[in-house]
Design a protein around this ligand. Sequence first.
Ligand SMILES: *Cc1c(COP(=O)(O)O)cnc(C)c1O
Length: 414
Amino acid sequence: MSDDNHFFLRDPWVYDKDASRPGRDDAGRGFDTRSLHAGFDPMTDQDNFRSFTPPLVQSVTFPYETFDRIPCPVYGRTRTPTNTVLEDRIASLEGGEACLTAGSGSQALFNLIFTIARPGDNVVTSLNVFGEGYKQAASIFPERCHVDFRFVADPADPAAWDAQIDGKTKLVWVETPSNPCLFVTDVRAVADVAHSRGVPLMVDNTTATAALQRPLELGADIVLLSISKFMSGNATILGGALVGPEPLMEDIRWNTTEFVGSIIPPAEAWNTLQYLETLSMRMQRHSANALTVARYLDDHPKVERVNYSGLDGHPQHALACRQMSGHSGLLSFVAPGGKVGAATVMNHFKLVVHAVTFGTSRSICMHPPTITHEHMTPDERRAAGIDDGLIRFSVGLENAEDIIADLDQALARV
Ligand SMILES: *Cc1c(COP(=O)(O)O)cnc(C)c1O
């Protein structure tokens, strides 16, 4: 590496807990307004044409005007005009400075950790994380990059988070509510612990979305999102995003997106913009339906346990009500008879579809112990509450009576 190679002279982002966070110009507007307007003003933001909707610019490259004037964007691996509108809109919804999209939520997690942790560093998290995230934490990063992950045994206890942090910790990572057991972590308490040790906090907001929970307002520094779930809402888009300080987003763009690639293709970014227009309404309906379904399951004599933070009996119900404005559409429950019981219920659904993913307009279910969380050891699954009979159930936008009728006839078979 020569000194005059400007590519490698970029300073890495360094966390500074006292750094000021510039506010956004549209911070005074309501969430619903921002989900329609942020990132694109049809009256001012166009060069060659006048479009009411944000334009879909389906081009991978962008011409130079003169020999030495580099255009921005220059090439579609780093950014495109349509992705820029999407990034600005997502940053606005989360109330963050900047956003960087990625080809999936898992890719966004990888890009973040790859950028901020070096060999010998560590990340502190818990077992309440999505399956691919666990896989990255338990084997890919330790084995390939010598970055270690420490799993906090009791994530409800802020002191347990503190105990895992040391001088090599580069990130604290919380997923709340978690997939698949809907464990709710106190974002402000963990942010306080992380900040007192000089470490940034990342919160995975995939399950609640910004429509129901804004981690940055609760003290987090970075938000991780899968766009593939509720954000797009119908299993037609694979995408992810990070929201956080602009210098960090640019550091990640530089170290991963720019030279490796992973942005959402422009057409998918454009479709995501259409779906985000209804995010707030969809999340309200998902939440209302899920509460009705959770109450039905909670009263069902054959159901051993229901995980849903909207139920009074959920261990962190009060905390969930404080830090979220709704409980989202994801729940899980334990069928009787372990794996065989879960299989019987799932095989008898007529309306509910058995498939990977959640956050879809149509109700969908999946068996975490054998699919997403199969790489955990049995002890880890037990610690995370992933029983053999656990069914992850994403409550869709159908009429709640029809979802319940389907559950009722399927549960009658076990
Ligand atoms: C699915 C999921 C992800 C990963 O998203 P993909 O887009 O499927 O890669 C990240 N976090 C949570 C909580 C998820 O459920």
